[in-house]
Design a protein around this ligand. Structure first.
Ligand SMILES: *[C@@H]1O[C@H](CO)[C@@H](O)[C@H](O)[C@H]1NC(C)=O
Ligand SMILES: *[C@@H]1O[C@H](CO)[C@@H](O)[C@H](O)[C@H]1NC(C)=O
Ligand SMILES: *[C@@H]1O[C@H](CO)[C@@H](O)[C@H](O)[C@H]1NC(C)=O
Ligand SMILES: *[C@@H]1O[C@H](CO)[C@@H](O)[C@H](O)[C@H]1NC(C)=O
Ligand SMILES: *[C@@H]1O[C@H](CO)[C@@H](O)[C@H](O)[C@H]1NC(C)=O
Ligand SMILES: *[C@@H]1O[C@H](CO)[C@@H](O)[C@H](O)[C@H]1NC(C)=O
Ligand SMILES: *[C@@H]1O[C@H](CO)[C@@H](O)[C@H](O)[C@H]1NC(C)=O
Length: 883
């Protein structure tokens, strides 16, 4: 091929060492009550209306494929995707990551997910998605491997929370849906990940001597927290889903039949396809039966080294179909789901071919990078510049995320003429080069993104110190993290102290942090707390600027009288400079809000959300005993410690108020249970030929020029013939799991196409709220944007379901309001928003449809002074909040 398709680069760090398959085949005991229940068979795709045209085309194309062609497109070849060129199905290019096209150049390094969540701005979330989609398409990548909503942020020290949007399922779900919409409108397929329970990086993977940890999640918690944003993403039309490395209830995510077949494909009615995370597949037949559709990059892990040409699928899947262990209809469904997704996003029409390599920055390189010594070379990078004007949207997201936590005496904004002393290496770009560490696996200079596969190269970096120097007249910079000797400051002088906290993927350990923040915890890195304290001792005016992946404990300095202002700029990406300084100097008001709570102490969380480790080689059991009580749901619980800054908190220079509100009933709730789901129509996959194919469909063509270490789907004639003989004889010796069945099911009551029972999304109540900038016309009045947040409180008599006091259900942000201006925002509560998941009834239940649901409105979870009642349809303002 001309020009190599780029795929995400592999990390092989965990895979060294001798192998022993037997060790990991033993299941460790789960805590009492947790089970990996069977759910078979894998539901066919293709029964949702909006997918039917793509499925019709896909069924037609797949029906013309041979066995070896079908198995070829369900896995990577080790580096690239398999193809079925004879019938016109190309190799596809699947590319990281959530904030930009990874491992290449001439792209935009967008703000991270957590930054995007902190904007609380649905339109910006969507615009960022559009821009990301344009860049992936421009590089010829078919798939955007994002957004990430798993981890959800259960563990404040979790390594990859920053790739997602915040520690709340609604914030995650809305942001993911907006991203997916934006990306997929460009014809790029989004891949929602990681299903599910990847709340910790350490011990996430199987290796030859230890199983990955098991996330043990009860059914209600699964539905109301962790699966919730996946439901939103499926409803938004996500074309593919990536499974996690870890187990769920003791069964690997990539082969957990209850998770993939039951929850995702049956209940959420997911019509696209399911892929593994890289090298996470641990079985062949079992994963196919459990609903996995694509293995990436196709290699085995566990009993061999990757990239030597061994696979659980490819030639083995061909064998498993011929010998009858994997039913032909399962393979038909796998291949059809993949091809239908390709049609659904119009990728059969003029989709650009990849014109970059994720494996080298050189123009010339190996055409088969998995076989570096043997490969012919050619042009692999054309350096197509895909940035367009995306810097503007990147900057807007970075700016609108900026969260002002403290501003004593309206200290900010400051004038550009005050003398500024700037401290901390985080104010400047990495002096050794903005992309000097692979996948950002170091914390040197400005922290614009975390590390690992969720990172991207900066095309440039607008660092804060350069921006400060451009704008302010008297700037002195001390590029150290120890407090230096300084001339005695006057009372005029202002110190700006930059500190940060980093995290990333477990592939790399950075300054003792194994992906998760296990070494530094929730404290600033590089002695940041000391730097702030020292500055606060010398200067009477200190501004603290924080770049962080998540919550940071601020107690060592937050109450010091000279710490006048604290600003969290999250992970801004390439536009870190002006986006920040325009806020500091008052060109715009800050309008970000915390997408998580900031605790007083690391100990203010349930013990069960601590990082787990194991001195022995037994499987780590990570059991979600806290249930629904994470982040603010926990902090608001009786007996828990209040946080220092609550979820949703964020100040403005403007005086923004929620002035009045009205509530309207829209769709009658009726009873507790939703109206019945629509019946599940037949799938066209059911009509495909499921006869055992002839062995010849698996024969390797004579003289095919195999590339060493690549994976192929063919078998030798001998192998194909003998497997076919086993299949024909109807050998039932394969040990099918308990509960195995080949009978398609009608689907559960809560199920339905694209996210579940459509009635769950009926809008039950609409709330309109008038937001006003009540600043007078004095010189000190500022324009600003406000966020209205809506939290539900269930009726006092709620049928005995233990439910957090308040839970976020919707939010909206105003445009920039000048003093005196106001805007009406509209928020919605759906049936699902007013329901709990009843594990016994296996359905969403409105506990008390006629009871008094309180819809609390405010600008932070602890600043809710407007309330609307579902029973009387009245609203009150100026009330005392519930927490
Ligand atoms: C895990 O076990 C719990 C408790 O039995 C059960 O409610 C839940 O459905 C199980 N989840 C999965 C994915 O198997
Ligand atoms: C499988 O895909 C590879 C890579 O595109 C290709 O070389 C090979 O011919 C394909 N095999 C079949 C059976 O089409
Ligand atoms: C594109 O990338 C190449 C290689 O990294 C670099 O030399 C070139 O300056 C970049 N062009 C632009 C416009 O960024
Ligand atoms: C069919 O082949 C697969 C893959 O090699 C193997 O796991 C399975 O046990 C085989 N089934 C039978 C009945 O031989
Ligand atoms: C590279 O990308 C450009 C822009 O999308 C596209 O027009 C071109 O066809 C691609 N080049 C190749 C060789 O596919
Ligand atoms: C800059 O500020 C410092 C500290 O206040 C002061 O000593 C110095 O004179 C100022 N320089 C100029 C050029 O104003
Ligand atoms: C805010 O500043 C005033 C003086 O301007 C001081 O009296 C007060 O203690 C400060 N409050 C905090 C929380 O730092």
């Amino acid at each position: 091929m001309e020009g190599t398709p780029g795929v995400r680069s592999l990390s092989l760090l965990l895979l060294a060492g001798a192998a022993s398959a037997s060790v990991i085949s033993v299941r460790d005991p789960l805590p009492d009550g947790y089970v990996a229940a069977p759910y078979y068979p894998a539901p066919y795709g293709g029964w949702a209306d909006d997918w039917s045209e793509s499925y019709t085309k896909a069924v037609e194309l797949v029906s013309r494929m041979t066995l070896a062609e079908k198995t070829n497109i369900t896995a990577g070849t080790g580096m690239f995707m398999g193809s079925a060129l004879r019938v016109g199905f190309p190799q596809l290019c699947l590319q990281d990551g959530p904030l930009g096209v990874r491992s290449t150049t001439n792209i935009t390094a967008f703000p991270a997910g957590i930054t995007t969540g902190a904007t609380w701005d649905k339109e910006l979330m969507y615009q960022r998605g559009v821009a990301l989609g344009e860049e992936f398409r421009g590089k010829g990548a078919n798939f955007y491997l994002g957004p990430s909503v798993g981890p959800l942020g259960r563990k404040p020290k979790g390594g990859r929370n920053w790739e997602g949007f915040g520690s709340d399922p609604v914030l995650q779900g809305i942001a993911a849906a907006q991203t997916i919409k934006g990306v997929q409108e460009q014809g790029v397929v989004a891949t929602l990940k990681h299903l599910i329970g990847n709340e910790q990086e350490m011990y996430r993977m199987y290796n030859p001597v230890q199983r990955a940890y098991s996330a043990n999640i009860d059914d209600r918690t699964m539905h109301e927290l962790y699966l919730w944003p996946f439901a939103d993403g499926v409803r938004a039309g996500a074309g593919s889903i990536m499974t996690a490395y870890n187990d769920v209830n003791g069964s690997a995510s990539s082969q957990n039949s209850y998770l993939i077949n039951g929850l995702l494909k049956e209940e959420l009615g997911f019509q696209g396809f399911v892929m593994t995370d890289w090298l996470s597949q641990i079985s062949g037949v079992a994963s196919a039966l459990a609903g996995l559709d694509m293995s990436m990059p196709g290699d085995t892990i566990g009993n061999s080294i990757p990239l030597v040409g061994h696979s659980h699928w490819m030639y083995e899947l061909t064998r498993s179909v011929l010998n009858g262990s994997v039913p032909v209809d399962r393979l038909n469904d796998m291949a059809t789901r993949i091809v239908a997704t390709w049609y659904k996003f119009g990728q059969d029409q003029d989709y650009p071919e990849p014109n970059y390599s994720a494996n080298t920055g050189d123009a010339f390189g190996p055409l088969y990078p998995g076989a570096p010594l043997a490969s012919p070379k050619g042009i692999v990078n054309e350096f197509v510049d895909v940035q367009e004007d995306h810097a503007a949207i990147a900057k807007q997201v970075a700016q609108d995320s900026i969260t002002l936590l403290k501003n004593n005496g309206s200290f900010l904004p400051i004038s550009t003429t005050v003398p500024l002393s700037v401290f901390g290496t985080d104010a400047q770009a990495d002096p050794q080069g903005i992309n000097s560490c692979t996948d950002k696996s170091c914390n040197r200079g400005l922290l614009g993104m975390g590390w690992g596969s969720g990172s991207a190269n900066y095309p440039y970096l607008d660092d804060p110190i350069s921006s400060l120097r451009r704008k302010a007249s008297n700037v002195t910079y001390y590029d150290k993290d120890e407090f230096p000797e300084v001339p005695a400051p006057s009372s005029e002088d202002v110190a700006i102290v930059f500190i940060n906290s980093d995290a990333g993927e477990n592939t790399y350990t950075v300054e003792g942090n194994h992906g998760d923040r296990d070494a530094d915890g929730l404290s600033a890195w590089h002695n940041g707390d000391q730097l702030v304290q020292d500055a606060a001792e010398t200067y009477s005016n200190v501004i603290v600027v924080i770049h962080t992946v998540g919550p940071l404990v601020m107690e060592p300095w937050i109450d010091l009288p000279s710490v006048k202002a604290v600003v969290v700029a999250h992970l801004p990406g390439q536009e870190a400079g002006d986006s920040l300084t325009e806020v500091l100097f008052g060109e715009v008001s800050p309008s970000g809000h915390l997408p998580y709570s900031i605790p007083v102490s690391e100990d203010d969380y349930p013990d069960s959300v601590d990082l787990k480790s194991s001195p022995r080689l037994s499987q780590i059991q990570d059991t979600y005993t806290e249930g629904l009580y994470i982040d603010y749901r926990h902090h608001n619980r009786a007996g828990s410690k209040k946080p220092r800054f609550a979820f949703g908190h964020g100040l403005s220079y403007a005086s923004l108020e929620l002035a009045s509100a009205t509530i309207t009933g829209v769709t009658e709730l009726g009873g507790s249970l939703p109206p019945p789901r629509p019946p599940k129509p037949a799938s066209p996959v059911a009509d495909m030929d499921d006869a055992l194919p002839p062995a010849s469909e698996a024969y390797e063509p004579d003289g095919f020029p195999r590339i060493w270490r690549y994976l192929y789907s063919w078998l030798s004639e001998n192998d194909a013939d003998s497997a076919r003989a086993v299949g024909e004889a109807g050998d039932e010796s394969y040990p099918y799991p308990d509960g195995y069945s080949e009978e398609q099911k009608p689907g559960p009551a809560a199920g339905g196409p694209n996210g579940g029972n459509p009635a769950l999304w009926d809008v039950a109540y609409r709330v309109s709220v008038t937001v006003a900038n009540v600043g007078g016309d004095s010189d000190n009045a500022h324009a600003g944007k406000a966020v209205a947040q809506a939290y539900v409180q269930f009726p006092d008599d709620n049928g005995g379901y233990d439910t957090p006091v308040i839970q976020l259900r919707d939010f909206e942000k105003t445009r920039e309001l000048a003093p005196g201006e106001s805007q009406v925002l509209e928020l919605r509560l759906t049936r699902r928003d007013l329901s709990v998941w009843d594990a016994g009834r296996q359905n969403w239940v409105v506990p008390n449809p006629g009871g008094r649901y309180r819809i609390w409105l405010g600008q932070a979870s602890d600043d809710l002074n407007v309330v609307c009642y579902s029973d009387t349809l009245e609203c009150e303002t100026g009330v005392e909040g519930p927490v």
